[in-house]
Design a protein around this ligand. Structure first.
Ligand SMILES: Nc1ncnc2c1ncn2[C@@H]1O[C@H](COP(=O)(O)OP(=O)(O)O)[C@@H](O)[C@H]1O
Ligand SMILES: [Mg+2]
Length: 382
């Protein structure tokens, strides 16, 4: 992969390389078939830390599939195993068992660990960019020298290093800061340097562990936008770890929820939103509203794209002669998709409303019965 300039520069922009999310105006090949290529796969990944006679299972059989060209978010609370997962993906941490394949190469089969990694593993790792929460820049080196560091390790000549570093700094919008020192930069600028450095080895994938957690909301937005731009312009696959749902909401194509070392839910954002009872979907797109009394049935109605609930709801009221209250409603863009959600209330208990609920489902709407987990799971499993 080579560095592409930003599209707003005056020369002809490079062709978009992202097959999953082509930039607008990118011609589609006549015989294009969307192949499901996984660029990162972990299977049965476990990591047990042993220290002072204590064992902590940080990863407990993780199967992760990240498709080429997507932004994949892993979300979970502190201690869920997110950092362990990302460190196992680039073999900074050697898994206790299971395999990690990146860009077709089984990294777990390569020799060495940590700083004593063998040559092949070091080479494979140089093709995996990594961005950290606390930037990890060397304070005694200029911005340019920080970006050049991985290129030194790769044995590139001084001229080549300097050309590449300046190109990368331009790509992240810091061309004028090459000679500055990290202490002279804002948090957002430091993270841009961290990203430029991560791109030095022309990686196919970029791993990011809480890259925006130390930044204010506005800077967070600009860094996320940069990651999205790099994903689109370079066709770069991004695996990012976060504990913030907003991060997933704004840039991820797919997401996984981790709890106690396991992935408990995963899928593309649209698949998740279409999964009844999905914790991630509810968190990505909450809609409020409390039942107005006992003996009421509260439903969350989700619709995607063009479908609208309004006529269906009035039809329901007419057909079954029932009064329907709207408790809450919202339309939002999640993972680039327009999604609407409406919380409605029907008189009577769930058992009394099985037929109207069936009617709504027949109209193609996704219905979650609020507070009725058991029947919902059963019906979702059909
Ligand atoms: N080097 C280590 N030695 C021992 N235990 C660790 C180590 N790193 C992480 N852990 C433990 O593994 C679990 C998962 O940690 P981590 O992967 O950092 O989770 P997260 O990034 O989701 O907060 C935690 O219980 C943590 O204390
Ligand atoms: Mg962590």
């Amino acid at each position: 992969m080579s560095v592409r300039r930003r599209p707003y520069e005056t020369h002809t922009p490079a062709p978009c390389r992202n097959r999953m999310h082509p930039c607008p105006g990118t011609p589609t090949p006549a015989h294009s078939t969307v192949t499901e290529t996984h660029v990162i796969t972990t299977s049965g990944l476990t990591k047990v830390y042993r220290s002072r006679g204590r064992e902590v299972t940080a990863l407990d059989g993780v199967d992760l599939h990240v498709r080429e060209g997507e932004v994949y978010g892993v979300i979970g609370q502190s201690g869920a195993g997110k950092s362990s997962l990302i460190r196992c993906v680039n073999l900074l941490e050697r898994p206790t068992s299971g395999t990690v394949t990146v860009a077709g190469q089984d990294l777990t089969a390569l020799a060495g660990r940590g700083p004593r990694a063998g040559r092949e593993l070091r080479r494979a790792r140089s093709r995996i960019g990594m961005v950290f929460q606390h930037f990890n820049l060397l304070s005694s080196r200029t911005v340019q020298d920080n970006v050049e560091l991985p290129l030194e390790i790769l044995g590139k000549s001084g001229k080549e290093r300097s050309r590449k570093a300046l190109e990368l700094l331009d790509l992240v919008g810091l061309a004028d800061k090459a000679k500055a020192y990290p202490a002279q930069l804002s948090g957002g600028q430091k993270q841009r340097v961290g990203i430029a450095r991560a791109l030095a080895g022309d990686p196919k994938v970029l791993l990011s562990d809480e890259a925006t957690s130390a930044l204010d909301p506005e800077t967070t937005r600009s860094i996320l936008q940069l990651l999205r731009d790099l994903n689109r312009q370079l066709g770069l696959t991004v695996l990012l770890i976060t504990h913030e749902m907003d991060v997933v909401k704004s840039i991820c194509d797919s997401a996984a929820l981790m709890e106690r070392g396991r992935i408990v839910e995963s899928g593309t954002v649209s698949e998740l939103l279409a999964t009844p009872g999905s914790t991630l979907a509810a968190a990505l797109f909450p809609v409020g509203g409390e039942a107005t009394g006992a003996d009421r049935t509260v439903l969350d109605v989700t619709f995607h794209g063009e479908s609208a609930t309004q006529p269906v709801v009035s039809q329901l009221a007419r057909t079954y002669n029932i009064d329907i209250s709207i408790l809450g409603a919202a339309i939002d863009t999640v993972g680039g998709l327009q999604v609407g959600r409406m919380r409605i209330e029907l008189p009577g208990r769930y058992e009394d409303n099985v037929v109207p609920i069936g009617f709504l489902r027949e109209q193609g709407l996704q219905i979650d019965v609020v507070g009725q987990d058991a029947p919902l799971v059963k019906e979702g499993a059909k």
